[in-house]
Design a protein around this ligand. Structure first.
Ligand code: PEP
Ligand code: MN
Length: 345
């Protein structure tokens, strides 16, 4: 059961709810968000029903939710949500393209990649300054220097930044540069990190764990939501299967399945799922056709020398093919592409 307090509820009113619940043997978890306080109740739901919690001062709503994830479930919020990132909307009314380099390497490489992203119609720039690599010998990212480069490129191009944070202690620093915080596949069950980004006051893109079930993924989102941050975009990025022809298997079915279970926007990463340049455009078509609210794509001016994920980065003519795939499939599913018209040709 979830209690949503009114926006103007005061501390005494929150405490009164908690005291009443705990006096009956239940447990109450208070999440103070930027805009509202939410209290999650654990215990005997029938007993809670008998307490007439909805009539207590300061209580806006009391909800009985059967899914194990509450705040991100569509039971809690039947309307599909739109998340705003630096003025760009990600949600059901449009298709949003996010693009950029896998990793920030140099100012020139990042600016060139951002211009490529813009050329393809992207309205948000991706780029990792902190890279969680499978090998400890692989390029780990430029850290704060990479964040500064991203901020400079945002200044030059106007593209808001989506960038990954891998450690709870780094959240304040990354949040001071980013417009959206990315949680990568390897950190989907790093619960302290999820809580820290939940507290950061910025929208979050939560990738699916490569071995996460949909329920586990939504429970991870719930950790962020429980801190009062519902500005979450879910990103399907491929899962581990027996297949070795692709790096991961893009679970296209996750898009409509998750959109039915959760009100949060769902986007797809066709670059990290396939791991191959030649698959990015076909997988983009599949993602948008399945109803994805956006795609996030790797581009790089010189993939042959990229420090991370060069084989999947789009180049040259790929950009107009990407733009066309997004535009055509968005139109086929009755939605506009977010932002400026992309170059097709
Ligand atoms: C990324 O998008 O840079 C990334 C590392 O992706 P994933 O977490 O999906 O592997
Ligand atoms: Mn990558």
């Amino acid at each position: 059961m979830v209690i949503v307090m009114a926006a103007d509820a005061n501390t005494q009113q929150v405490t009164a709810v908690v005291d009443l619940v705990t006096s009956t043997g239940g447990r109450a978890f208070v999440s103070r968000g930027l805009n509202r306080t939410i209290i999650g109740l654990v215990g005997d739901v029938d007993l809670f029903d008998s307490l007439s919690l909805a009539s207590l001062p300061g209580v806006a709503e009391v909800m009985r939710i059967s899914a194990p994830y509450k705040l991100v479930s569509r039971e809690h919020h039947p309307e599909r949500s739109t998340v705003r990132v630096g003025g760009v909307s990600i949600g059901p009314d449009s298709v949003t393209l996010i693009a950029g380099p896998c990793a920030v390497e140099t100012p020139t490489q990042t600016l060139e990649a951002a211009l490529m992203a813009q050329q393809a119609g992207a309205t948000l720039l991706r780029g990792g300054a902190y890279k969680p690599r499978t090998s400890p010998y692989a390029f780990q990212g430029l850290g704060v220097e990479g964040l500064r480069i991203l901020a400079d490129v945002r200044e030059k191009t106007g593209l808001p930044i989506v960038t990954e944070v891998v450690e709870a202690a780094d959240v304040p620093t990354v949040a001071s540069y980013a417009d959206m915080l990315q949680i990568g596949t390897r950190n989907v069950q790093n619960f302290p990190l999820l809580q820290a980004v939940g507290d950061a006051g910025l929208p979050v893109m939560l990738k699916r764990g490569m071995s996460s079930t949909i329920e586990e993924w939504l429970m991870a989102a719930e950790y962020i939501a429980q801190r009062g941050n519902l500005e979450i975009v879910l990103c399907e990025r491929g899962i581990r299967t027996f297949e070795t022809a692709t790096r991961n298997t893009l679970d296209v079915s996750a898009v409509p399945v998750v959109q039915r279970l959760s009100h949060l926007p769902v986007i797809v990463d066709p670059s990290h799922s396939g791991g191959r340049r030649d698959l990015v455009v076909p997988l983009t078509r599949a993602a948008v056709a399945a109803g994805a609210d956006g795609v996030i794509v790797d581009v790089h001016p010189h993939p042959e020398t990229a420090l991370c994920d060069g084989p999947q980065a789009l180049i040259g003519e790929d950009l107009s093919r990407l733009a066309e795939a997004v535009t055509v499939m968005a139109s086929a599913t009755g939605r506009p592409v977010n932002g400026a018209p992309a170059l097709i040709g």
